[in-house]
Design a protein around this ligand. Structure first.
Ligand code: DGL
Length: 278
């Protein structure tokens, strides 16, 4: 049992976007260790086909299970959740697997105008999973959907000028944001990368329109699932825990410096990343 407590939780995304989820996971589960894989050598996922995302998700899950003995897997990517979570759960039936989906349900609960903006990748918006989510909310709101080609890539590369230009053109194209009748009074960030453009987006759409992200619910769901399914695997407070250190381990399948600088910037940690060839 003690060994189980020190097993890490695996987290992956196509790149740095999942760090927004990792941040929430660290706050919710401060005694756990995390292994984070940024698959930026094979990104963006949102503009590739499902077969690619499925292959990559399995390759990463196989690696995390075989080399790190993870006790749970968090798919910190809306696009990979939509394309691969069912297949992953079928392939690894004993592993708790937690995914992320655009926060449409919280937006419906929050919206007064009933008009909700949704920014996500093309892959997420065209997925069967998203179609089902939309139809489960039929009649509960009007959703203005925007596929944001290039935005995850611009954020991944910290190309601030391109981030601003794309955010401006996408939000302008979506229509009016605000609290008046007919205006979008919530904006759902349906891609984990977009959290890192939150300041830019907030400036463009106005401070009165909330941005909804899924990281905190994913973190809560991860804790609930572990408590329910594997209570004996939860981390213990140090010094009783035999964990050496709670610092996450970072891997990238592409440019290490992109992940390292995002970790510095968004998590205020100075950790190094290791190149992963899977
Ligand atoms: N961060 C991923 C998501 O949440 C997508 C980024 C990409 O297109 O690779 O959808």
């Amino acid at each position: 049992m003690a060994a189980d407590r020190t097993r890490p939780i695996g987290v992956f995304d196509s790149g740095v976007g999942g760090l927004s989820v990792l941040r929430a996971l660290q706050a919710e589960l401060p005694l756990e260790r995390f292994v984070y894989v940024a698959d930026n050598g094979h990104a963006p996922y949102g503009e590739r086909d499902d077969a690619h995302v499925l292959r990559r998700s399995h390759a990463i899950a196989d690696y995390l299970i075989a080399s790190h003995g993870i006790k749970a897997l968090v798919v910190a990517c809306n696009t990979a959740t939509a394309a691969a979570i069912h297949a992953l759960r079928t392939t690894y039936p004993d592993l708790p697997i937690i995914g992320i989906e655009p926060a449409l349900k919280p937006a419906v609960a929050l919206s007064k105008t009933g008009v909700i903006g949704v920014m996500a990748t093309r892959g997420t918006l065209h997925s069967e999973k998203f179609r089902k989510l939309l139809s489960s909310l039929d009649g509960k709101g009007h959703f203005v959907l925007q596929a944001c080609d290039g935005l995850a890539d611009a954020i991944e590369n910290s190309d601030n000028e391109r981030v601003l230009g794309l955010c401006r053109s996408y939000t302008t194209g979506m229509g009016a944001f605000g609290t008046q009748a007919g205006q979008m009074d919530c904006l759902v960030l349906g891609c984990t990368h977009y959290s890192f453009a939150a300041n830019v987006l907030q400036t463009l759409i106005g401070a009165e329109v909330p941005l909804l992200e899924g990281g905190v619910s994913v973190a809560r769901q991860t804790r609930r699932l572990l408590e329910q399914l594997k209570p004996s695997s939860l981390g213990l407070p140090r010094p009783w825990s035999s964990a050496q250190s709670q610092a996450p381990i970072f891997y990238s399948t592409g440019k290490l410096e992109l992940l390292e600088s995002a970790v510095r910037r968004w998590l205020q940690m100075d950790d190094r990343a290791t190149l992963l060839n899977v």
